[in-house]
Write a protein that binds this ligand. Structure first.
Ligand code: MG
Length: 373
């Protein structure tokens, strides 16, 4: 079997910034035997620059056997390594890598999780997002077992230009605790609550806030500080009595290595469309496992990356909970784009059962919402 073509489809999503469009990025890898693999390189922000990287990297794999995923990953990685050890290039590689697994699965007649070691679980726990205690209550009523709750101080909306690291006032700190405790009261102790402060704080503010939130009983405290300085992050993690989860800004096993080995975090959140794909995410999860860390993948972007994440989460022994966005919290055509979108069943996500990823693009919907730039 030989790869014949790599196509990219950009589709409108709700996500955008003032200047950078962020459409969903679907990847299709075609073969000479008629098998077409589906992948996802959606990231935020930046759709069109990732498309350009996929177009360039795609040229490197034409004529090759799609089963040689390890070799093709290395070819793509090393072709642009000097300018692409993180970011746009790795997002592009991730999209192609997922499509290669889809081809191998379809050709073998097996779901991807059966090609990487089978399943450790047959349903996947997920968490949803909420900004208010009322939203937390609605999610709990729907059977959601874990919620990432944001508090207002973490998302300033006063028009101020946001610079980091920020301080936090005593008032903001108290308001954050009150807000999170109201969320806790609404859902009770049977639902897990995490929170995310998106790298906004100084080390000292992040430590104060983390310890203030201890009584909420957090599942995790996400990105208390920015991860570029692992030693500073480690100091924050060692100074708070809540589990720190970081990793949505890390790319490849090399991006996670020091963070894990220095135990600068309590758990990691790799994103299958940022790490380099499914196999790279499994390697990262294995590194984390050797430090007794669990994995809670970052996954806010697209329904295809959600499906790819389900295969990973089914397989890795140290899976905790998967970030999940449904079409009530996103563009309404999110799930219409797929023949078999992710399915929630009794508070958990079902495992795909068909060969490969187990889903296909619905091209009529892709064409209807095609992103034209
Ligand atoms: Mg986050």
């Amino acid at each position: 079997m030989k790869i014949t073509e790599v196509k990219v489809h950009l589709v409108q999503s709700w996500r955008k910034t003032d200047h950078i469009a962020s459409p969903w990025i679907f990847v299709q890898v075609y073969t000479d035997e008629g098998v077409v693999g589906l992948g996802d390189a959606t990231n935020w922000p930046g759709g069109t620059i990732i498309k350009q990287a996929i177009d360039e990297l795609g040229k490197l794999i034409i004529g090759e056997d799609p089963f040689n995923i390890e070799l093709l990953y290395h070819r793509m990685y090393h072709a642009l390594q000097q300018i692409g050890q993180t970011g746009v290039v790795i997002a592009a590689i991730s999209g192609i890598e997922i499509a290669l697994w889809d081809i191998v699965g379809k050709t073998s007649g097996q779901p991807i999780y059966n090609l990487i070691g089978g399943v450790c679980r047959d349903k996947i726990r997920f968490y949803s997002h909420a900004s208010t205690p009322e939203e937390c209550g609605r999610l709990a009523e729907k059977g959601v077992t874990a919620i990432k709750a944001y508090f207002p101080a973490a998302i300033p909306d006063n028009g101020e230009h946001i610079t980091t690291p920020r301080s936090i006032t005593i008032l903001e700190e108290k308001q954050a605790l009150e807000h999170m405790m109201r969320c806790r009261e609404v859902v009770g102790d049977a639902v897990d609550i995490a929170t995310d402060v998106g790298c906004r704080y100084s080390s000292s503010a992040a430590i104060r806030l983390g310890n203030r939130l201890e009584e909420v009983g957090l599942l995790f405290y996400e990105e208390p500080v920015s991860p570029e300085n692992i030693e500073a992050l480690a100091r924050v993690t060692a100074s708070v009595n809540v589990p720190v989860c970081v990793g949505e800004r890390q790319y490849t096993r090399f991006g996670f290595r020091d963070m894990i080995a220095s135990q600068a975090v309590d758990m990691i959140m790799p994103d299958v469309v940022r790490t380099g794909g499914i196999m790279e995410s499994k390697k990262i999860a294995s590194m984390a496992e050797s430090y007794y860390m669990q994995v809670s993948p970052h996954n806010p972007n697209n329904a295809v990356s959600t499906v790819a994440s389900l295969h990973l989460m089914a397989n890795i022994p140290n899976a905790l909970v998967l970030e999940y966005v449904d079409d009530e919290q996103d563009a309404p055509w999110r799930n219409d784009l797929l023949t078999d979108p992710p399915l929630v069943d009794n508070g958990y996500l079902r495992l795909p059962e068909k060969p490969g990823l187990g889903t296909e693009l619905v091209m009529d919907v892709v064409n209807k919402y095609r992103f034209e730039g």
